[in-house]
Design a protein around this ligand. Structure first.
Ligand code: TXE
Length: 489
């Protein structure tokens, strides 16, 4: 099991609670360990606090911080295959996906390496000749970074890279379900030369280690990606000490198809949109919303293709989709399927575990398609976070927009149409943080990512992703001080 890293030292966790990390392909134990103790949580926060208050990192020239991030990117390139293999073992996703993840993580480090020294603040013209006024950005302080299990390394990079670029110190609480590559990344940060105390990482679950960190008075900021209920708990926990909180809480993402779209392209993209990584993606296109003339044909073809998706070991060449991450996550999916049946949805594909003997030990579930669903059904309203696609029908553009916005979430959505005017109208009307036109899923480090409504607050990536980790200060410099003579006595 990875050791934890506190104040520049690797140690075995000393807490009472134990943790097992399982390979979701066959439920074998990849690693086991104790969890961080209350004393170790305290030590990690103290180390980050001291490194921020008196250490070199927040005072290091931004260009040097950028250079360190660039070294991390080079080390990621060096270790790409090993990191990708471990990510696949831990999450179950295919090796192809894990390699893309490592490439994306590398790109994120390079992006923030380049951005680190580009922020010179702003000169303000006060209209007063004797005043020099400027607005500057400073590091925020001690940041707690809490990550989920679906993209453990990628999500961590979206937080660590800008937090470091901005000059902060941090305590990382990675997911306890798939933590292995997070520890590998911290080893690379150490190798790249991050000073002791700047980055600390603790092993443990949300209740034992996550919650105390979010309440800690010496912590200035919490950045969290995960489920809605946990996000709400973190916002409540942070209220006592008025921390800055940035949360990304998933989505229920509409994929809207107008009948003038190319049939083959839409079928192909709709499948990838929802079944990539067994649907365990915050931006999964889990709600397909199809215009009437195309509806029946599209449902039939998607059902046919979904039934042919090859499940297997993520390490094997021909595998198209791996298992769900855990027994708990599969139980949740089975519960959603039962509720969809009970509420009258029409099953088109899947709806059961696979039959192959070699898949019986792991947490597999067949890609599942339900048609003729409506908004009242639980499977349409709630984030399933698994391989379930629901298909709804519409007739007019207004209906499509209303359906696309009829969700408590607002992370992402897509519109497919050959009519560019309509594409822009629908994209403009959708209340989601990312909207794709004639595409689904791509993102780049240069463009912000985050949610409207209950999908969260704040943004990751892009310049805003750096600003999340900065304080803003206005410096007013009176170059010719003189008495103001307000009080005359
Ligand atoms: O996530 P949790 P879970 C959604 C998805 C999934 C559901 C639940 O719908 O089915 O969330 O997944 C830490 N204080 N997403 O239960 O609990 C925890 O240890 C501080 C969407 O696995 O949100 C882990 O590190 N931390 C999503 C992290 O929070 C706490 C990705 C996420 O766990 C804590 C994953 C607490 N009180 C799931 N409780 C997305 N937005 O992409 C838990 N944690």
């Amino acid at each position: 099991m990875p050791e934890q890293y506190i104040a520049g030292r690797w140690t075995e966790p000393a807490g009472d609670a134990r943790l097992e990390v399982l390979n979701p392909f066959d439920a074998s134990v990849l690693a086991e360990s104790a969890q961080a103790s209350p004393d170790e949580i305290e030590a990690a926060v103290r180390a980050a606090r001291e490194a921020f208050d008196t250490g070199p990192w927040p005072r290091t020239p931004a260009a040097e911080r950028g250079a360190l991030l660039r070294r991390v990117a080079d080390l990621l390139v060096r270790d790409k295959e090993e990191i990708a293999r471990v990510e696949t073992l831990d999450t179950g996703k295919t090796l192809v996906e894990s390699r893309i993840d490592v490439d994306d993580v590398t790109a994120v480090f390079r992006y923030y390496a380049d951005l680190a020294d580009k922020d010179a603040g702003r000169i303000v013209d006060t209209g007063q000749a004797h005043v020099r006024s400027r607005v500057v950005h400073e590091p925020l302080g001690v940041c707690v970074l809490i990550t989920p299990w679906n993209y453990p390394l990628l999500q961590l990079s979206w937080k660590v890279a800008p937090a470091l670029a901005a000059g902060n110190t941090m305590v990382i609480k990675p997911t306890e379900v798939t933590p292995l590559t997070s520890f590998m990344l911290v080893r690379l940060l150490e190798e790249a030369g991050v000073p002791a105390g700047v980055v600390n990482i603790l092993l443990g679950d949300g209740r034992t280690v996550g919650a105390p960190l979010t309440e800690h008075p010496a912590v200035d900021m919490v950045s969290f990606t995960g489920g809605l209920a946990t996000g709400q708990a973190i916002i409540r926990a942070s209220a006592g000490t008025i921390k800055r909180v940035a949360v990304e809480l998933g989505g229920k993402n509409p994929n809207i198809v107008f009948a003038d779209s190319d049939f083959e392209t839409v079928v192909d993209n709709a499948l990838t949109a929802v079944f990539l990584h067994a649907g365990q993606v915050c931006s999964a296109g889990a709600r397909l919303i199809v215009q009437e003339p195309m509806y029946d044909d599209l449902v039939a073809e998607i059902g046919r293709r979904a039934a042919r998706i090859r499940l297997g070991n993520g390490l094997d060449e021909g595998t198209e989709s791996g298992p769900l991450v855990s027994a708990a996550q599969r139980a949740k999916i089975e519960d959603f399927v039962a509720s969809a049946h009970a509420e009258g949805a029409r099953l088109v594909a899947g709806g059961h575990r696979p039959d192959e003997p070699e898949l019986q030990k792991g947490y597999f579930y067949r890609p599942t398609v339900f048609a003729d669903v409506h908004r009242g059904m639980r499977v349409v309203r709630e984030e399933t976070f698994g391989p379930i696609l629901t298909v709804e029908r519409f007739t007019t553009e207004q209906e499509a927009i209303a359906l696309g916005n009829d969700t408590e979430y607002g992370l992402s959505g897509a519109v497919w149409t050959a009519d560019i005017g309509r594409a822009e109208r629908v994209a403009g009307a959708l209340r989601h943080g990312t909207v794709w036109i004639n595409d689904f899923g791509p993102y780049v480090p240069m463009a912000e990512w985050g949610g409207f409504k209950r999908s969260g607050n704040g943004r990751e990536l892009g310049p805003t992703g750096l600003a999340e980790y900065q304080e803003t200060k206005h410096v007013w410099h009176n170059t010719t001080p003189a008495p103001v003579r307000w009080f005359t006595a």
